[in-house]
Design a protein around this ligand. Structure first.
Ligand code: HEC
Ligand code: HEC
Ligand code: HEC
Ligand code: HEC
Length: 127
């Protein structure tokens, strides 16, 4: 693991363990995906215990999800962890990748690829 990723990991652990008040981040631990760009939702909430999930799944590279692209290339050391996915992927957008599709491709895509993690609607969305 490279140092930058390790530092980011440590930084997040600090945030999660009580430094939230003085850090830039407003929320406590992430336990659900709740993108503010969706209006009235069709499906139920999606539980996602951020740190626990990423530890179990072995996805410590933040840029798998919080990526930044430049000229069509995913940058290795840039993260967009301070942004919601919807700041780049529009809900109902046409030119950019649609927000729902972006979530499904990211979450379900990896679960399918690794043959681990939920892939059925009702396994992710609560009723
Ligand atoms: C498997 C995908 C995934 C990985 C890997 C991941 N995250 Fe996240 N992260 C998310 C999702 C999804 C959210 C919540 C988005 C929402 O609801 O808007 C989030 C939210 C956050 C937030 C915002 C928390 C808040 O209080 O609002 C921070 C900060 C963050 N992640 C940092 C990181 C860091 C640092 C790493 C790497 C150590 C990382 N994430 C790895 C998916 C991921
Ligand atoms: C800073 C802007 C930005 C943010 C924030 C962002 N993305 Fe992206 N994302 C992009 C761009 C640009 C591409 C490349 C699109 C293309 O090639 O058409 C992309 C590609 C993707 C892809 C397809 C390629 C891949 O890596 O699998 C998925 C899936 C995706 N994003 C999901 C997400 C999710 C989920 C989040 C939030 C955790 C997120 N994105 C946050 C800009 C962003
Ligand atoms: C890069 C791969 C990857 C991505 C991206 C990913 N997951 Fe997972 N996820 C996994 C793996 C691997 C497991 C199985 C972990 C285990 O139990 O061994 C898993 C397990 C889960 C589980 C089962 C309970 C748990 O926490 O272990 C849920 C729920 C889940 N993922 C939701 C999500 C959601 C929602 C997203 C998108 C925001 C997402 N995952 C993105 C790899 C990924
Ligand atoms: C691996 C987890 C996962 C699976 C499986 C999954 N989704 Fe999602 N879905 C998500 C996440 C994460 C979001 C973003 C949730 C949010 O921000 O509230 C989402 C968003 C949505 C949205 C847009 C928000 C809303 O409720 O209107 C719809 C519609 C949706 N999913 C339908 C489905 C359907 C239908 C299936 C089965 C064919 C499915 N999903 C399977 C994770 C999943």
């Amino acid at each position: 693991m490279n140092k930058r990723v390790l530092m980011l990991g440590l930084a997040v652990m600090l945030v999660m363990s009580g430094f939230a008040a003085i850090s830039g981040f407003s929320q406590d631990e992430v336990n659900y995906v709740r993108d503010s760009a969706f209006g009235v939702r069709i499906r139920g909430m999606v539980p996602f215990v951020h740190d626990e999930h990423n530890e179990k799944a072995g996805t410590e590279d933040c840029t798998i999800c919080h990526h930044v692209y430049e000229g069509g290339e995913r940058l290795e050391f840039e993260t967009s962890e301070d942004m919601e996915c919807s700041e780049c992927h529009m809900a109902g957008g046409k030119d950019e990748m649609d927000l729902m599709r972006a979530y499904h491709l990211n979450c379900k895509g990896c679960h399918e690829e690794r043959k681990a993690g939920p892939v059925m609607c009702g396994e992710c969305h609560l009723e």
